[in-house]
Each structure stands twice: as structure tokens, then as C-alpha cells.
Ligand binder design. Structure first.
Ligand SMILES: Nc1ncnc2c1ncn2[C@@H]1O[C@H](COP(=O)(O)OP(=O)(O)OP(=O)(O)O)[C@@H](O)[C@H]1O
Ligand SMILES: [Mg+2]
Length: 635
């Protein structure tokens, strides 16, 4: 059977066909079971075009969320640091204030105590050597004591004899002589000279919430001769204490070293003595001269910052305290001031960050859209360029086919005429030499015929002996021949589908095709390698096919011959099917091997493709349509 010749497709048809080849060729191939050796080839083809970038997520990304959290957390942290700093500052300022006030109170108390000791010394000098009757009835002394009594810090002045009776007093006592022998101020001086002694007035005394300062009166020989006592006016101290600070709930006290509270502002209802466990006494025990501590007041239970100072030369302490609540209140007031600025500023910052993050998100999305559109356009352009290249190739092959076909056809006719003439001359030559020439010419004509047959095979004008061929059987028959052709350095592997469909083809031509491919593979593997032969069935869906005449799609038998050889660069692969294209040295190759494969596949109603990569190998795949004729052998 001779297949009809096909006219060259029009430009539009060829363009459509070439585009489809570009688009469908990948789909058809991806549906096929690829040999593992060429899996990398398929991946290389798939990864050729850049994948379209992933769409940015609709929700906020982690980095954006972190930014938003930071826009709230950072101002909060700054606020916390500022609050802490301010707390420390407020504390330091309060401590400074307490130190200053305590010192002021100390100075005031020292001045008063100086006055007491001066007064005592002066009275002592005035009555030195006088007997008790003189003291009791000395009018001038009375006047003097009365003048002294008018001093604001002095409540009363008394001169007490050795038995503890008050012998002179201002203001005068109602009942004289009163006994003061139980008073601290008297007892302390009785046994020894206690200097200027500060003692408490007994609780039952009318001026109980007060204290007394005494000085011993001695005779010329130094023996005990009574006591001069000045009682202090507590309001003199407490009035001053009340003016020393503007703090609410502050306290100021004059305390004796043994814990006796002599004066306090605000005043207490009765006498009070600090015991050794109380904070002030512990602080004094730890640091005698002066100190500062935070503690709860023993008298009113208010938490205070307390400062104390020892009054030099006296067993007395000034204690001043401001309530912790007041210190914290001013700190809290500062915090409110900060918040007035910080809250709107933080809110503003948060809103601005939110706005910026959303803008950024939108920009990202817009830029993604722009990039994906650009990528799609680029892909379209690439596909168009490839389709045009395929079209160009198809046109070239078609033109070459026509040219080759008509030239070789005419040339073959001429050779036939020449052969006829030479055959007439052959055997009629008496001259041996001439007969030899005729035979040589006939042999050359045979070679020329072989060449034209090859060219006609490419041009698809060669008459084919089409029969029903079982490709697997043909390959098995050729196995020995192939092994011989390839040589010992090249191993063979075959993977033949057991249920392979039969095809309609010229089996002699198919054998020639397989041999051509095997020779090409051998030449590409000079140092050895592997030749893989694979067959399988495939179904191409309608409209999926590449060529106009195969639009209906259908069942195809695929024969794939692959090697692990040197491979072809893209420019060689693009021209490999062209007749007379060879990369081999002159005399080694005619460049007709793959042209025959191409012509055979097309003339048999199928097509062929090449996949190749330099250094990795080449795979030639031939698609032949399934035979629809009923199986004669019925096997
Ligand atoms: N398996 C292959 N591996 C590498 N290159 C190949 C392979 N098959 C073909 N080629 C390249 O394609 C070119 C054309 O091959 P083709 O079979 O048509 O001609 P040829 O082998 O050069 O000569 P011949 O007519 O003797 O076959 C080769 O010269 C070679 O460069
Ligand atoms: Mg070849």
C-alpha cells in the first residue's frame, strides 16, 4: 500500500499546528510514562519557565502583626521606664526634703537647748554661795526668775534643795515647798553631776506633756547642794514643728535616747515611750548620728519616710517624717501628666502604624498583581516565540521535503533511463575494459538509487510496503543485530509493553529506522553507555494533536530509543532531522539517518520528537498510529 502524498499546509494552518505542538507536546509527554534516565530532561523542560509568584496572603503577615504589637508595646515600655525613673526621682526628692527639714528642726532644737543651758548656768552663778532662806526670800532673784520665765521656750524655773523641795519657783507654786525628789531631772543630779540633764516630767504632774532640763548646784567643795530645773514649753517646739513642712500628715518629734517622746507634732493625747523593737529605735541603734528609713509610725500607724538626727551634746533626737502616701501621690500625679501625653501619642502611633501596614499590604498585593501579569505576558511571549520557531522549522522541513522529493524523483527517473541503457550495453562489449566500465557505471547507478531512496524516504515519496506490524516482535527479532551494531561497550535495556497495539507500517523501513537510531546512539557513546528501548501505548484526545491530519486524535504506539551519550546542543537538535545535516567528519556521516526516521514517521501517519541535553543523552520518540484492521492471526 502506498500512502498519499501531502500538500504543504498553508501558513495559517502551519502556525496553528506549530502552536499546538508547543502547547500539546508537553501535555502529551507528561501523560506518558517517562524512563527514569530521562526524568531529569522532563524536569528541565518543566522548570524552564519561572513559576508564577505566590499570591500574598489576605490577612496580615507575622511581621506586620509584630510591627503593630511593637507600636503599642514600645510606648508602653517607654512609659513604664519613665514611670520607674520618675518614681526613683520622686523618692530621692522626698528623701532630700526629709533631710533638709530634719536638719532645720535640729538647728531649732539646738538653739532652744542652748538657751536652757545658758539660763541654768546663769541662775547657778547668781545663787552660788547663797543659803536656802536667802534664795527663798530674795526678791531680786524672784524678779530675775520671773523675767526668765517669760522666755517663750521656758515654762517654769525652779530651784530645788537637797531634799527635793522647791525653794524658789516661777511661776510661783500655790503650795510651797513642793517635792520634786521623784523627778528624773532631780534624781539624775542627786548622786552625781549629770551636766545639763533632760528628763521627763512625771505623768501625774500638771505639765506632764513636757520635759525638764536640770543642772546640779554644788557647794564650793563640789558636794551636792540642790538642783536648778527649767521646764520646757512643748508648744514652743510644736509650734515650730507645725510650720516646718507643708506636707499633709507629716510628723515631727523630739525623742530621748531611751525612747521617751518629749514633744510631738501633731500632739498625742498622752505620754509615749518607743520600745526597742520599733523602727525608729532600731534605726537609731544601727546608726547613732543620723539616718533615713521607710517605716510605719508607732504612734499613729501611718507609713512614712522618716529622718532623724542626734542633737549633739544631748541625749535627744529630732525625728521628722512625711507619709509614703504623699510621696506616691505626687508620683501618681506625674504619671497622670505623662499619660495625658502618652495615651494620645501612643494611639496616634498605633493608628499611623496600622495605616502604614495596610498601605504596605495593599502595595504588596498590587506589586504581586503587576508581577504576575508581567510573568504571564512573558510566558505568552515565550510561547509565541517558540510557536514561531516551530512554524519556521515546520515550513523549512516541508520546503526541504518538496525540494528533495522532486529533485530525487527526477534524478531517480534519469538514473532509471541510464540504468536501462547501460543494461542494454552490458554483456555486448567485446572489449573487457569497456565491459568493466559499463559494470562500474551500473554499480554507481545502484548507489545513486540507494541515495535517492533515502531522499525519497525523507520526502515521504518512497513507496511503502505497509503491513500489520507488531513492533515488540520486530524489536525482539532485531535484538542480536542491535547488540552486534552497538558493540561490547554499550549495554542494552528494553521495556516493552506486553499489550502493545499493532501498527500499519513498512517493517523493512521500521528496521532501517531502528538501526539508524542505534548507530546514532553508538556514535554518541564512544566510551560506552546504555541504549534503552521502550514501547508503550498512548491515547491522544481529539483536538490535542499537533498536526492538521491528526486532529481526531487516537491511539498511538510509542517507540522510544534513548542513549546516555554526549547529547546535542539545542542548535544541533533543531536541525537534526534536516537531510544532509551532520556534525560528523566528512566521510563518516551523510546526514540522512534522522531524515529517514522523520520521513518514515510522517509517511506512516505519525510523528517523531527529539529530547536531548549535552552530556546527558538523547531520546528519540516515534509515535505510530494503532492499526485498526482486524488481527488476522487472532492472537
Ligand atoms: N543519539 C544521538 N546523540 C547525539 N547526537 C546525535 C544523535 N543522533 C543524531 N545526532 C546528531 O544529529 C546529526 C544528524 O544525524 P543523522 O543520523 O541524520 O546523520 P548522521 O548520523 O550524521 O549521518 P548518517 O547519515 O550516517 O546517519 C548527527 O550528525 C549528530 O550530530
Ligand atoms: Mg545517523
Amino acid at each position: 500500500m502506498r500512502l498519499p502524498q501531502r500538500a504543504a499546509p498553508s501558513l495559517a494552518r502551519a502556525l496553528a499546528s506549530a502552536r499546538k505542538r508547543a502547547a500539546i507536546g508537553e501535555d502529551a509527554n507528561s501523560g506518558l510514562r517517562s524512563a527514569p534516565v530521562f526524568e531529569w530532561l522532563r524536569r528541565a523542560v518543566e522548570t524552564h519557565s519561572d513559576p508564577i509568584e505566590q499570591r500574598p496572603p489576605r490577612h496580615l503577615t507575622w511581621s506586620s502583626r509584630l510591627l503593630l504589637i511593637a507600636s503599642v508595646a514600645v510606648p508602653m515600655l517607654l512609659f513604664a521606664v519613665a514611670a520607674w525613673q520618675n518614681y526613683r526621682l520622686v523618692k530621692i526628692q522626698a528623701e532630700q526634703r526629709v533631710r533638709i527639714e530634719t536638719r532645720e528642726l535640729e538647728e531649732h532644737a539646738l538653739r532652744a537647748l542652748e538657751t536652757y543651758s545658758l539660763v541654768l548656768a546663769w541662775i547657778d552663778g547668781r545663787i552660788f554661795g547663797l543659803d536656802w532662806d536667802s534664795i527663798e526670800y530674795d526678791r531680786r532673784l524672784r524678779r530675775l526668775l520671773s523675767d526668765i520665765e517669760t522666755l517663750p521656750q521656758i515654762g517654769s524655773v525652779s530651784i530645788v534643795d537637797t531634799l527635793g523641795h522647791i525653794r524658789a519657783s516661777e511661776p510661783p507654786l500655790v503650795e510651797l515647798p513642793e517635792k520634786v525628789f521623784a523627778h528624773d531631772a532631780f534624781v539624775a543630779q542627786e548622786s552625781r553631776d549629770a551636766g545639763v540633764f533632760v528628763g521627763r516630767t512625771p505623768a501625774h504632774h500638771p505639765t506632764a506633756v513636757s520635759f525638764e532640763i536640770s543642772r546640779r548646784r554644788s557647794t564650793a567643795d563640789g558636794s551636792f547642794d540642790g538642783v536648778i530645773i527649767v521646764s520646757a514649753r512643748p508648744d514652743y517646739f510644736s509650734d515650730f514643728f507645725s510650720t516646718v513642712s507643708a506636707e499633709k500628715n507629716f510628723s515631727a518629734s523630739l525623742v530621748r535616747r531611751d525612747g521617751a517622746l518629749l514633744v510631738r507634732y501633731p500632739p498625742l493625747p498622752g505620754p509615749f515611750v518607743f520600745n526597742a523593737d520599733q523602727p525608729i529605735m532600731k534605726a537609731i541603734a544601727a546608726e547613732l548620728d543620723h539616718g533615713l528609713f521607710w517605716g510605719r509610725g508607732a504612734t499613729d500607724g501611718i507609713e512614712r519616710l522618716l529622718g532623724y538626727r542626734h542633737l549633739a551634746g544631748y541625749p535627744l533626737y529630732i525625728v521628722f517624717g512625711i507619709p509614703t502616701g504623699g510621696v506616691l501621690a505626687s508620683w501618681r500625679a506625674n504619671l497622670v501628666d505623662y499619660l495625658v501625653f502618652a495615651v494620645p501619642a501612643s494611639l496616634g502611633l498605633f493608628c499611623m502604624t496600622l495605616f502604614a501596614v495596610r498601605q504596605l499590604h495593599q502595595q504588596k498585593f498590587a506589586s504581586w498583581r503587576w508581577r504576575s501579569t508581567a510573568q504571564r505576558l512573558q510566558g505568552e511571549m515565550d510561547r509565541r516565540i517558540k510557536a514561531e520557531a516551530d512554524l519556521h522549522q515546520a515550513q523549512k522541513m516541508e520546503a526541504l521535503g518538496q525540494l528533495t522529493g522532486s529533485v530525487s524523483h527526477d534524478f531517480n527517473n534519469m538514473l532509471t533511463v541510464l540504468q536501462g541503457c547501460l543494461e542494454l550495453l552490458s554483456g555486448r562489449q567485446h572489449d573487457q575494459k569497456l565491459q568493466a566500465r559499463v559494470e562500474m557505471a551500473l554499480a554507481t547507478i545502484k548507489r545513486g538509487e540507494k541515495l535517492t531512496r533515502h531522499l525519497l524516504a525523507f520526502a515521504r515519496r518512497q513507496p511503502l510496503e505497509v503491513t500489520r506490524v507488531r513492533v515488540n516482535d520486530l524489536l525482539r527479532r532485531m535484538h542480536e543485530l542491535l547488540v552486534q551494531t552497538l558493540g561490547s561497550d554499550i549495554s542494552t535495556a528494553s521495556e516493552l509493553a506486553p499489550d502493545l497495539w499493532p501498527v500499519n507500517a513498512d517493517d523493512a523501513q521500521l528496521e532501517l529506522v531502528v538501526i539508524n537510531l542505534a548507530i546514532n546512539a553508538r556514535d554518541a557513546m564512544p566510551t560506552g553507555g546504555e541504549l534503552r528501548v521502550r514501547t508503550y501505548n498512548t491515547t491522544i484526545l481529539p483536538g490535542q494533536l499537533l498536526e492538521e491530519d491528526m486532529r481526531e486524535g487516537g491511539d498511538f504506539v510509542v517507540l522510544e530509543i534513548a542513549d546516555t551519550g554526549s547529547g546535542m546542543p539545542p542548535d544541533v537538535a533543531a536541525r537534526a532531522f534536516e537531510p544532509f545535516f551532520t556534525s560528523k567528519p566528512p566521510g563518516k556521516g551523510t546526514g540522512l539517518g534522522l531524515s529517514i526516521v522523520y520521513g518514515f514517521a510522517r509517511q506512516s501517519g505519525g510523528w517523531t520528537t527529539i529530547r536531548s541535553e549535552v552530556g546527558h543523552g538523547t531520546s528519540v520518540t516515534i509515535f505510530l498510529p494503532r492499526s485498526r484492521e482486524p488481527d488476522e492471526s487472532n492472537d
